[in-house]
Design a protein around this ligand. Structure first.
Ligand SMILES: Nc1ncnc2c1ncn2[C@@H]1O[C@H](COP(=O)(O)OP(=O)(O)OP(=O)(O)O)[C@@H](O)[C@H]1O
Length: 232
């Protein structure tokens, strides 16, 4: 699904953000991408959604060397990737409903199916009341959930999410993790960049850690069971 071979990424003349990174992620896998602020998590995700190209080395997605893709191939491949951007990138003049519906409209789904699927998903992420709202009128956490719904509604082959639970409380964050896990169980490969190690530990999955330009696998942490309440 994702193969990096000796991939180096640098911006302009700056120091390398990734240094000769090699790794291979199987189709259907689910990884957390961990690392300190500035370690390069967003940069790695940008490579994977084809917003950056490796300065050196080879990146393959869905079995294709991305350096060999035509513009049309890149566009087609991107349609198979759902992305949750750190800054959401919602379309300000479209309602929350229409933002989420967008991938289905592009895919030419019939109106009735779009209506029912968007409503069901917006219910799940707790935004039933916000269907008609314009993104700038929503809170950061609500916008983040619209962005997540838009990224997953088309059941992408690959979901890349950059800090997708950064703006919501723990209860909603867990609900979103369940959503990602369900998507993964039906075949989507998931990579989720997060600072929130304790949340990740509550739904353990293999971890990749970025540090000093290198990616390494890290043992999966498991959260201790919640303390029992007195008298409960
Ligand atoms: N467009 C850019 N031009 C130049 N340097 C950049 C650019 N984007 C990122 N960088 C640099 O690359 C490094 C990695 O940044 P990146 O945003 O990938 O880290 P991150 O791990 O996602 O951080 P955070 O957790 O704070 O989002 C940083 O030193 C950053 O300054």
């Amino acid at each position: 699904m994702i193969r990096l071979e000796e991939v180096t990424l640098r911006y302009g003349e700056g120091p390398p953000v990734l240094r000769r990174v090699s790794c291979h992620l199987e189709p259907g896998s689910f990884h957390y991408l961990l690392g300190a602020s500035g370690a390069g998590k967003s940069s790695l995700l940008k490579l994977l959604y084809l917003a950056q190209t490796p300065s050196q080395g080879r990146l393959s997605l869905f079995g294709r060397d991305v350096a060999q893709l035509t513009r049309r191939d890149r566009a087609l491949l991107r349609r198979r990737i759902g992305v949750v951007f750190q800054d959401f990138r919602l379309i300000a003049h479209l309602s929350a409903f229409e933002n989420v519906a967008l991938p289905l409209r592009i895919a030419g789904e019939p109106d009735a199916r779009i209506r029912s699927q968007v409503r069901e998903l917006m219910d799940w992420v707790g935004l039933r009341e916000a269907l008609d709202a314009l993104p700038p009128t929503l809170s950061g956490g609500q916008q983040q959930r619209v962005a997540i719904a838009r990224a997953v509604i088309g059941r992408p082959s690959l979901l890349l999410a950059d800090e997708p639970t950064g703006n919501v409380d723990d209860r909603i964050a867990m609900r979103l993790l369940y959503l990602f896990r369900e998507l993964n169980r039906t075949g989507t490969t998931v990579m989720l960049a997060t600072h929130n190690k304790s949340l990740a530990a509550r739904m353990p999955q293999p971890c990749l850690r970025l540090a000093e330009g290198q990616v390494r696998e890290e043992p999966t942490e498991v959260a201790p069971p919640a303390a029992e309440t007195v008298g409960g």
